[in-house]
Design a binder for this molecule. Structure first.
Ligand SMILES: [Zn+2]
Length: 342
C-alpha cells in the first residue's frame, strides 16, 4: 500500500463514530511513533489508568524509512493525540500527520520545545537535492530531552486536567534523573584525551551527543538513511580515520553493519589496527521496552559505556565513574564487565 492509499484510508476512517472525549471515564488513546517517544509517555503516565498508549515502531526499526501500516493508521485515527519525534525523523509520516491534524487529532512533536529554545543543529546535507535541513536526532543530548519531558507533561496536563499535577510531578522527578545521567556521562566521556574524542558511525545520528559531551563526529551516511552510502563515502571515511588515528568504529542497531565493516576491511588491508565497538550503539531506535537499553536512560548509558569501554580496550585512558546511587534503571552487571576480546 502506498502513501496515497493510506491517506485515503485515513479519510475513510473519519466516517466512523467519534472516540470518547476528555472528561469521560474511558482512557485517552494516545499513539507514540518512536521507541523514545513511547518510553517518555510510559514515564509520564506511569501507574495511571487514564491513558491508553499505542507504540508504533519496535526495537531496531529505522524511523527514517518506516512506513505506517494499516493498523498504525487505524490507531492514529482513533487517538486523541499522536506523539512523534519530529524534524522529519519520521520521513514517511509527513502526509499522514497533516491529514490527522486537519481532522482535529493533536499531533505533538517532541522536538518543538528544543526548536523553540534554539538548540536545533542545522545546516546539514541530507542528500544531493535537499540541503540545510535540521538535524532530527535532538534527543541524544539529555539537556534537550529534559525540555521535551517538561513540554510533554504540560501538554498532557492540558488534555487531562484531573491528572495535571501527576504529570508535572513525574516530569520533575524524571528531569532530576536526566541531570544525574548527564553528569555521569559527561565526566566519563570528557576523561578521554580531547584529541582522541572522535565517534565514527554508520549514519549521522550523534551530532547532538557530540555537542553535549565534547566529541567530534564522522558518519559514513548523511543525516537520513534514505540515501545509500557509496564507494566515495567509504573511502572518505577510511581517509578520515587514517588522518585522525581513530582506533574504533561503531555499528548502529537500526542500520546494517556492512558499511562500517567495509571501512574496517579497507583499514586492515592497509595494515592498520582498527576495531568495531564492543557492542552496537543504539541509533534511532532503542531496545525492548522491558530491557535496560529499552529506556532512554539505559540507551544513553549503554551507548556511553560502549564508547568508553571500546576506547579503553584500545589502550586509551578512560575514567569510568560509578553509577549514581539514585539513578534508575541500573546497568546490568554484564555491561560493566567489558570483554575486550569479544
Ligand atoms: Zn537517524
Amino acid at each position: 500500500m502506498n502513501i496515497r492509499q493510506l491517506i485515503f484510508l485515513l479519510l475513510l476512517f473519519t466516517c466512523l463514530p467519534p472516540v470518547a472525549g476528555a472528561g469521560s471515564e474511558d482512557p485517552i488513546p494516545i499513539v507514540a511513533t518512536t521507541t523514545q517517544a513511547a518510553d517518555l509517555m510510559r514515564i509520564l503516565t506511569a501507574d495511571l489508568d487514564g491513558v491508553q498508549l499505542t507504540p508504533l515502531m519496535g526495537p531496531g526499526v529505522d524511523p527514517h524509512l518506516y512506513q505506517p501500516t494499516e493498523s498504525d493508521i487505524a490507531a492514529m485515527n482513533q487517538a486523541r493525540m499522536v506523539v512523534y519525534s519530529g524534524l522529519h525523523l519520521e520521513g514517511q509520516f509527513d502526509a499522514v500527520f497533516k491529514a490527522l491534524g486537519e481532522q482535529g487529532v493533536t499531533v505533538h512533536a517532541l522536538s518543538a520545545p528544543v526548536q523553540d529554545a534554539g538548540f536545533i543543529i542545522g545546516g546539514f546535507d541530507l542528500s544531493d537535492t535537499l540541503q540545510d535541513v535540521d538535524d532530527p536526532h535532538f534527543w541524544f543530548d539529555p539537556r534537550n530531552w529534559r525540555l521535551t519531558a517538561q513540554d510533554l507533561a504540560e501538554r498532557l496536563a492540558e488534555f487531562d486536567p484531573p491528572n495535571a499535577a501527576g504529570y508535572r510531578a513525574r516530569a520533575a522527578a524524571y528531569i532530576e534523573q536526566l541531570d544525574l545521567l548527564y553528569a555521569w556521562a559527561d565526566a566519563g566521556l570528557r576523561s578521554i584525551d580531547e584529541g582522541q574524542r572522535y565517534l565514527v558511525t554508520s549514519h549521522d545520528a550523534f551530532q547532538y551527543f557530540g555537542a553535549a559531551f565534547g566529541w567530534r563526529m564522522q558518519a559514513i551516511q548523511g543525516l537520513s538513511t534514505e540515501d545509500e552510502a557509496g564507494v566515495g563515502d567509504i573511502q572518505a571515511t577510511v581517509d578520515f580515520v587514517n588522518a585522525n588515528d581513530i582506533p574504533v568504529l561503531f555499528v548502529e542497531s537500526s542500520i546494517p553493519p556492512d558499511t562500517i565493516e567495509a571501512v574496517i576491511e579497507a583499514l586492515r588491508a592497509q595494515g592498520r589496527s582498527a576495531r568495531v565497538g564492543l557492542r552496537e550503539l543504539f541509533g534511532d531506535a532503542m531496545s525492548e521496552p522491558d530491557s535496560f537499553g529499552g529506556t532512554y536512560i539505559g540507551m544513553l548509558a549503554q551507548n556511553t559505556l560502549t564508547i568508553m569501554q571500546s576506547y579503553q580496550c584500545m589502550g586509551l585512558e578512560v575514567d569510568i565513574l560509578d553509577w549514581p546511587a539514585d539513578l534508575e534503571p541500573k546497568p546490568p552487571e554484564e555491561l560493566w564487565n567489558a570483554d575486550c576480546d569479544a
